[in-house]
Design a protein around this ligand. Structure first.
Ligand code: SF4
Ligand code: SF4
Length: 273
């Protein structure tokens, strides 16, 4: 066995020794696919291979599904990170602002996180996001340059042009990573080929929080592009009933202990572990 493989197997073994459960009964972050539309098709994303649609053959989560989900979270006074994204670009959706307003009104203690490719981000949209309670902004850079509006915004924040610019976006350079480092890339559960992706994960944290697709299904994780692993739908049960079901808890606890039973997990490869 190579030294690297030996080290990985040892870390997997250690992940199984923890006496305490990894999976909490109440999660502290959630991702929601408010829209399936993305204006890009990056080489390292399943969107390059598939057309993604949503309810009624458009791209948007029905508002009653979105509201039901937020109200489920409200009943448990959710205070964690709430991120409206999956495989769509959240800021491409004109309705995102009213959705954020609804979250902010009902979950004032939650941390709203925007993960965006930056194409729709500029000074105006940034100010609006902050007004609606956004606390974290991550920009995923998917080409040599970010959009002009995004660059202007970053420059203005760097130069401290306004004391109200309280959120500094973090930029993750996937474009450079794809060409050079491959620190963040993975093969999306086997859906795409990434040359450098060769390691199965160790106690995969992506299983430790819920991802809700555009139909309101609680799915395995952010890699489950085709929603092949649905644990339940939030219009039939509350998100907490689904999350706390013994089947859901056991499946995730096993993944966190580096037992990969699902086909998608067996095929899931990371560039670095
Ligand atoms: S990686 Fe992000 S920006 Fe690129 S196609 Fe996928 S969802 Fe869109
Ligand atoms: S190992 Fe399984 S849970 Fe973890 S990212 Fe891959 S598919 Fe998702």
């Amino acid at each position: 066995m190579h030294l690297e493989s030996f080290k990985i197997e040892t870390r997997r073994f250690i992940s199984r020794l923890r006496p305490k459960k990894y999976i909490k009964r109440n999660f502290d972050q959630i991702e929601i696919e408010t829209t399936t539309f993305c204006n890009r098709k990056c080489n390292y994303c399943p969107n390059v291979k598939y057309e993604r649609f949503g309810p009624d053959n458009n791209f948007y989560m029905h508002s009653e599904v979105f509201k039901k989900l937020i109200l489920d979270l409200t009943k448990e006074n959710f205070k964690g990170i709430i991120a409206p994204h999956h495989y769509g670009e959240p800021l491409s959706d004109e309705g995102i602002y009213s959705k954020l307003e609804f979250i902010n009104k009902n979950l004032p203690l939650a941390q709203i996180k925007i993960v965006t490719n930056g194409d729709y981000l500029n000074l105006d949209t940034y100010k609006l996001l902050l007004k609606l309670g956004v606390k974290i902004i991550n920009i995923s850079k998917h080409s040599k340059d970010l959009s002009d509006g995004c660059n202007e915004l970053l420059e203005a924040i760097k130069n401290k042009e306004n004391s109200d610019f309280k959120v500094t976006p973090k930029v993750f350079d996937f474009w450079k990573d794809f060409k050079e480092d491959s620190d963040y890339l993975f093969n999306r559960g086997g859906d795409i080929t990434i040359k450098e992706a060769k390691w199965n994960p160790i106690k995969c944290v992506y299983a430790s929080y819920p991802v809700i697709n555009v139909y309101g299904d609680l799915i395995l994780c952010c890699q489950d592009y085709h929603s092949d692993y649905v644990m339940g739908n939030i219009m039939e049960n509350t998100i907490y009933e689904i999350w706390q079901s013994p089947e859901n808890q056991l499946m995730r606890e096993r993944i966190m202990r580096s037992y990969f039973d699902n086909e998608i997990c067996k095929n899931c490869l990371f560039s670095k572990v």
